[in-house]
Every structure is written in structure tokens, then in C-alpha cells.
Design a protein around this ligand. Sequence first.
Ligand SMILES: [Zn+2]
Length: 187
Amino acid sequence: MPITPLHMGPGMLIKAVLQGFFSLIIFCWAQLLMDIQPILVVLSGKGHLHGFSHTYIGATCIAIFSALTGKWIYQAIMIFIKNDFTEYQKLLFDVPKYLTLRVCVISAFIGTYSHVLLDSIMHADVEPFYPFNLDNNINLIISIESLHKLCIYTGLLGLIIFFVIRVVKLNPKLKSSALFKILFRNK
Ligand SMILES: [Zn+2]
């Protein structure tokens, strides 16, 4: 799925679950880096469309690069948009001032590995376990239409869960309610 927002769907659900331990910006940065190789192949007409970048070894290399550069990408984006957010919006959207290396590493690895997984289902030429095994046993394990729906629905579900959790956490009355204490074990 070259340069497609569909990869962001599962990312949104992961963000909803992991909250501050995961950065959607680093996840998105990893998606963009993953698809540089296929774009170059399309433009030049040479090479393996989903080549080394779409293997788990390639994804590991790209994840390390994404994690190490992600902190600076995040800082640059924050400088660009910081005046557009109120303090409440920063809390609501879970926008920290800085990202820790741990968050960058978690987000980058989830980003590149999930990318290989989804593209392995969609594209027959992906060889995820190269050079040890050239088979792609999960290609079309579900239809492309179902895969697209899965990405869209996980994204919508993630958005709902994310904002419900954020709004409840930021609202003192809701936070002290019995339901919140049961759901989130708030003390
Ligand atoms: Zn791809």
C-alpha cells in the first residue's frame, strides 16, 4: 500500500491502547520511509517493487533509522504547530513537548513491522522473511477489500477509544466517577 493512509488505521487503534507510550507521528514517519523504495522503483521502472524495505530485516533497519531521527522530526513539527494548540488541546491530543527514545523505538518498530505484515497480505511480491525464506504465506489470507475495511474500522474504533479515554481523563468529575475507577483503576 504505497503512501496510503490506510496503514494509519491500525496505528490509531494502537495509539488508543498505548496512549502516551506510542507516537502516531513517529509511526507515520516510519510508514513514509518504508514506501520510499517502492516509489523509486515505480518512478525508475527498475528493481523489485517491494524489495528489501518490505522484509522484516529491512523493516528493522528502517525502524532504527525512524526511531533515531523521529525525535527531531517530532521537534520540528512541534515548532511548526505549537502556537496553534491551546494547553487543553495539547492535553486532549496527547501532545508532549518531547518524545523519549523509548516512545520513538516502540512507535517505529510497530510502524515498520505492521507495514510489512499488511503489505504481505496485499502484495504477492513481498518476501517478508528474505533471505531465509522467499515464501509469502499470508498473501491474500483475507481479501484486499476486507483488508481495507479492517484498516478503516480499526482507525475509526481507535479514534473513538482514544478520545473517550482522553476526555474522561481530562475531566475531573468523570475521572472521580465510579465507572472510571472501575474501568481504569483510578486512585
Ligand atoms: Zn508499503
